[in-house]
Structure formats: C-alpha cells, structure tokens
Ligand binder design. Structure first.
Ligand code: SAM
Ligand code: SF4
Length: 330
C-alpha cells in the first residue's frame, strides 16, 4: 500500500461514501421536491468499472470502509453486481449500504451474497400515514417486509434503522422507535435534520435535537450513555433495564467534524470532502481522458488535503450547498 490518505488538519481518511445514482423512487420532504429533480444522463453517471477503479485507488491509500448510497442505490440496474465487484477490491474490509428499503424484499439475498455486510435502512415513521406524509409514498408495509427479509441473513450485522429528526413531527415517533429498538434486533438512530433539502426550506428551529429526543425517551425508558467509539457519528445509549440501545446523530447541535474520516463521490464522479462542500473535484473527466492511477491519486490527495475543517451550519453567513442530499449521496 502507498501512503495513507490524510487531510491538512491531521485527519486520516478511511471511509468513502459512493453514490451510485441520483435517482430515487421516494420523494422525502427533507431531501427531494415532490416532482423529483432533473436526473443525470445515464452517460454522465459513473460506470461500474469506473467506480471499481476509483474504489481501488482509494483502497490503495488506506480507505477500508465503503458505503454505497444515492439517490436510492437499489434502483440502479444490476446493483448487486456492483456490490460484488467492490467487495472484491483489495483493501476494502467493510462494504455497507444505505437504502430506503423499498426494494430490499427483492434484493436482500443478492446483496448479502454479493458481500454487503452492514445495512442502514431509512424509516422516519412507524405509522403508515405519517410515513406517507414524509416520503410521499405509501410504502411502510413494503419497507418493513424488506427489513424482515434482510434480518433473515445473520451475516448482515448490524442492521440500523435511521430516522431524520424534525421538530413538530419526530417527537411523536420517539417512544414508538424506542420500543421498536427494545423489541427487535435493529439498531435505531435519529439524525438531526440538516440544511440539505432540495426545497431550501430548512431552518434551525425545525431541527429536533438529539438531546431533546433523548429526554423524551429517557422519561419513559431510562437511558445510560455508552462510551463513544472513535470516528463514530452517533452518541449511543443503552436502556438501563438492559433492553437494547438507541443512538443520536447530532451534526447540527453537536458537530463531530473534529475526527471526521469521510469523503464522498457523487454519482457523476465528483469528489466532495464535506457534506456541506461548495467546491468539488471532478474525477470522471480525467478517468475518461486516460489519466493513470497515479494521476487520479494525485488529484484525490490534493482535494482531500484541503478538506474543510468543519461545517458552519447555524453560523452567520452559512451557505447551503447547491446540491441536495440525494444528489450528494448521504
Ligand atoms: N435513498 C437512501 C435512503 O434514503 O436511505 C440513501 C440516500 S439518502 C440521501 C441517505 C440518508 O440521508 C437517509 O437516511 C436520509 O434520511 C438522509 N437525509 C436526506 N436528507 C436529509 C436531511 N436534509 N437532513 C438529514 N438527513 C437527511
Ligand atoms: Fe430518496 Fe433517500 Fe432522499 Fe428519501 S432520503 S428522497 S429515499 S434519496
């Protein structure tokens, strides 16, 4: 292996998020407009072989964890084949997936066989009508069937359920999700609403903080904090009576930039060094113009060196990036 990948603030980068498509079959209020977005041309999207090559270059610099996301990754045709290609890249130790779960009932077995070993499923409500309200799709039963299908595979560990925390909505979800976490093997995480919505409707007062949610849950099911793992984005608590655990990802109220070890590649091959980056580095054009692996590695090292020290959400002068979450690859 060559030199490890570091940024200019002394952080080692070992985690790569790859968006495999900008398309999605849901229209979550906090992410996409009701009518969707103008999708990329298929020719603009990285081909499987291009993604495999980039992942190989990152792995050569010590990136061990690769998470596949989108848009909705499972709408990309033949996605399990890509997963298998990436699971076989030398140096990739952990291959995970973030999905809305709609196609999991169809794909779970193929994904596990391909080598996906951890999965996050995004579910914002356990009530069918409220799930519909947020995602604009009446698909909760379908998603829960997908989750159960996945749970038949003990190789996938852990399976997490992530809910975006929005003031005026998620308060009512806190106890049902806590009880879900206590009665199943799924690990529940709440994630604070971030200014990455395509409608640019985010405001600070719409963020329901992890602390507020924790207090709601603690009043009914007392919680005890577990030690924070290095590079973990979540604060994790166990139920004091031994009934499992629950976590809170607090990028707005309690940023975890100081030990951020992540970078991202968009579906069209742009490297983003922060969710909130305004600048991106195009890797697709050099890739298609015949650049060598060493050339691409140089571009990546330069961009990563300039990785943002921290995000500025909530500070005066903060600018929301032009891309929304589905176009970044969250
Ligand atoms: N479609 C897949 C899904 O929903 O899991 C993968 C892509 S989605 C962009 C990745 C994650 O970003 C989801 O868990 C989603 O809830 C989260 N997300 C999207 N917009 C967000 C926002 N404005 N604030 C916080 N999380 C957001
Ligand atoms: Fe699609 Fe995921 Fe965005 Fe919802 S959060 S619209 S499922 S990309």
């Amino acid at each position: 292996m060559g030199d490890l990948l570091h940024d200019g603030h002394g952080r080692r980068i070992s985690d790569l998020r790859v968006s495999v498509t900008d398309r999605c079959n849901f229209r979550c209020q906090y992410c996409m407009p009701a009518d969707g977005l103008p999708w990329l041309d298929r020719s603009a999207v990285l081909r499987f072989e291009e993604i495999e090559r980039l992942v190989g270059i990152f792995a050569g610099m010590g990136v061990t964890d690769v998470r596949l996301t989108g848009g909705e990754p499972l709408v990309r045709r033949d996605f399990p084949r890509l997963a298998r290609m990436l699971a076989n890249v030398d140096g990739v130790e952990d291959l995970s997936l973030t999905t809305n779960g709609y196609l999991l009932e169809r794909d779970a077995t193929a994904l596990v066989e391909a080598g996906i070993n951890r999965v996050n499923v995004s579910i914002d409500s356990l009530q069918r009508d409220r799930f519909f309200q947020i995602t604009r799709r009446d698909s909760l039963p379908q998603v829960l069937r997908g989750l159960d299908e996945l749970a038949k595979h003990p190789e996938v560990q852990p399976i997490k359920v992530n809910a975006v925390a929005i003031r005026g909505f998620t308060e009512q979800e806190a106890i049902p999700f806590a009880e879900f976490a206590r009665s199943t093997a799924f690990q529940v995480r709440f994630i604070e609403f971030m200014p990455l919505d395509a409608d640019h409707a985010w405001s600070a007062d719409q963020v329901l903080s992890g602390d507020e949610l924790r207090a709601i849950i603690h009043a009914v099911h007392p919680l005890e904090e577990l030690p924070r793992e290095p590079n973990s984005t979540a604060r994790v608590f166990r139920f004091a009576d031994g009934g499992g655990e629950i976590g809170f990802i607090n990028p707005v109220s309690e940023p975890f930039c100081a030990d951020c070890n992540r970078v991202r590649i968009t579906a069209e091959g742009r490297l983003r060094t922060c969710l909130f980056s305004i600048h991106e580095t195009d890797l697709r054009e050099p890739l298609r113009a015949g650049a060598s692996d060493a050339d691409i590695e140089g571009l990546i090292r330069d961009a990563v060196w300039r990785k943002e020290l921290k995000h500025h959400v909530g500070e005066p002068g903060f600018r929301q990036p032009p891309r929304s979450m589905s176009a970044i690859g969250g």
